[in-house]
Design a protein around this ligand. Structure first.
Ligand SMILES: N[C@@H](CCC(=O)N[C@@H](CS)C(=O)NCC(=O)O)C(=O)O
Length: 234
């Protein structure tokens, strides 16, 4: 076993920020699997061509190339069944898909708050590509996209009600301990923390307390990674 992870890096190679790659960093830590991370920039498509697509995360296990965070999580579960389970069983694995999809939707929602901040962290050689591809996707400039973010914050927080109610009743989506469902949702919040000082969550939000528990997990794997200070949580 020799695991390598192509992980998005920006101007600072020591500041990984991809929401999807963070899911896998956490999943690998959960499985107690050592990994070599390879900083990758948006325009370095050749480096991951063997995965048959153009996005990270890409995991290479000896000579197997696996892309897409959900596919990688499933691969890890199947290839390393003796390590701690990421899902907690086959029914739980099926249900975890909902959290993965929900996390994907959070990426789109959060982008509307932090797009310009992300742009400022992107490597110089990626900037034109990032701006052009994202502006085409959203149909406006990054500046226009985030221009009214303050007025949209209450709506965003309200949309998180199902997560909030769950986390009022239990420490993690996985119950007493985090599972892949937690990593799938945490990735987008860690992306925001790594790239933007914008306060997505109120300090007294149970989601903020959960985020802090996630930052502290695995000896502070995510919390020690460079990012902006979040509102202190009791
Ligand atoms: N569905 C994929 C999405 C991966 C993705 O969009 N990754 C971004 C980085 S956060 C990427 O590599 N984008 C390449 C590009 O925009 O050219 C997953 O879950 O892994």
């Amino acid at each position: 076993m020799s695991l390598r992870l192509y992980d998005l890096a920006g101007a600072d190679a020591e500041r990984p920020f991809s929401p999807y790659c963070w899911r896998i960093r956490m999943a690998l830590a959960h499985k107690q699997l050592p990994v070599e991370t390879i900083p990758w920039r948006f325009t370095e498509k050749d480096a991951i061509a063997r995965s048959g697509q153009a996005r990270v995360p890409v995991l290479v296990d000896d000579d197997r190339w696996i892309a897409d965070s959900w596919e990688i999580a499933n691969y890890l579960e199947e290839a390393y069944p003796k390590r701690p389970t990421l899902f907690g069983g086959s029914a739980a694995r099926a249900l975890t898909r909902v959290y993965s999809t929900l996390g994907d939707m959070l990426v789109a929602d959060i982008f509307r708050f932090i797009a310009l901040d992300v742009f400022h962290h992107v490597h110089n050689k990626d900037r034109e590509y990032f701006r052009t591809s994202r502006e085409q996707r959203v149909g406006m400039t990054l500046e226009a996209l985030v221009g009214d973010r303050d007025s949209r914050l209450a709506w965003f927080r309200q949309e998180l009600a199902p997560l909030r109610h769950t986390l009022k009743a239990q420490h993690f989506f996985g119950g007493e301990r985090p599972l892949y469902a937690d990593y799938a949702v945490f990735g987008p919040f860690q992306w925001a923390r790594c790239t933007s000082p914008f306060p997505l969550l109120a300090a007294d939000d149970p989601i903020a307390s959960w985020r802090q528990r996630m930052l502290d997990a695995f000896g502070g794997l995510a919390g020690k990674s460079p990012g902006y200070d979040l509102i202190p949580v009791k």
